[in-house]
Design a protein around this ligand. Structure first.
Ligand code: ADP
Ligand code: AMP
Length: 212
């Protein structure tokens, strides 16, 4: 977990490649639905475009369905879910039902002023989902994805207006969720303002049972 732009997608992709587990990112799933024009895509488009959260019932159903697929049996990494208390409660009951308790909640902490420049300079690959930054993490060849060679684009919700809405939508909820998981002894706070490789090393340490 972490606010928009905290580095969740960047780190999640590397962890999932390392551990061989699926990367379950609700934002990526919604963007895919939107661009392929499915019924779900049409339903969520206004929320995504404005930077607002999609209603809980839709998001919970989306994740429940995804975790029921066979590749999730060996474990998975959730990115961008849960974002609200009802989502966290629904997740707890889904995982109970699967006999797969949550093992770690990684919280990437980044100050708001840093998030603004991260989000407005972000460029993403619509083909494989990789995330770059024009200044902080530029691709080797300008405008092209290092992982798959796709053409990088700017997300439609990375405009200054939508970024403002997204931060407001998420600030309080993220704090509430952090408390929820702290109370359950699951939260691992990670300093997300370190360089990407250092954040990654901190995550690996937290996953290996390192200091909290
Ligand atoms: P999230 O998935 O949490 O919204 P991303 O992983 O897409 O965030 O990262 C947001 C932006 O910040 C991207 O442009 C990414 O390249 C950049 N970024 C990610 N981690 C760092 C970091 N540790 N330092 C500087 N920039 C970063
Ligand atoms: P992200 O890629 O995580 O920044 O998410 C992009 C957008 O997808 C958000 O601004 C929301 O509109 C929607 N979204 C992603 N995850 C959730 C969630 N857990 N709950 C509600 N909406 C979500």
């Amino acid at each position: 977990m972490g606010l928009p732009g905290a580095g969740k997608g960047t780190q999640a992709m590397a962890i999932c490649e390392d551990l061989g587990i699926p990367h379950v990112a609700t934002g990526d799933m919604y963007r895919a639905a939107k661009s392929s024009g499915t019924e779900l895509g049409d339903q969520v488009k206004p929320y995504l475009d404005a930077g607002r959260l999609v209603p809980d019932d839709l998001t919970i159903a989306l994740v429940r369905d995804r975790l029921g697929q066979s590749d999730a049996r060996k474990g998975f990494l959730l990115d961008g879910f849960p974002r609200t208390l009802p989502q966290a409660e629904a997740l707890a009951s889904m995982l109970d039902g699967m006999g797969k308790p949550l093992t770690h909640v990684l919280y990437l902490e980044v100050r708001e002023e840093e998030l603004l420049s991260r989000l407005t300079g972000r460029r993403v690959c619509p083909n494989c989902g990789a995330s770059f930054h024009v200044a902080f993490n530029p691709p080797t060849r300008e405008g092209l994805c290092d992982r798959c060679g796709g053409t990088l684009v700017q997300r439609s919700d990375d405009t200054p207006e939508a970024v403002g809405v997204r931060l407001r939508e998420n600030l309080e909820r993220t704090k509430t969720l952090a408390d929820f998981y702290e109370d359950r002894g699951l939260l691992r706070r990670i300093d997300g303002e370190q360089p990407i490789a250092t954040v990654y090393a901190s995550i690996r340490e937290a996953l290996n049972g390192g200091e909290r």
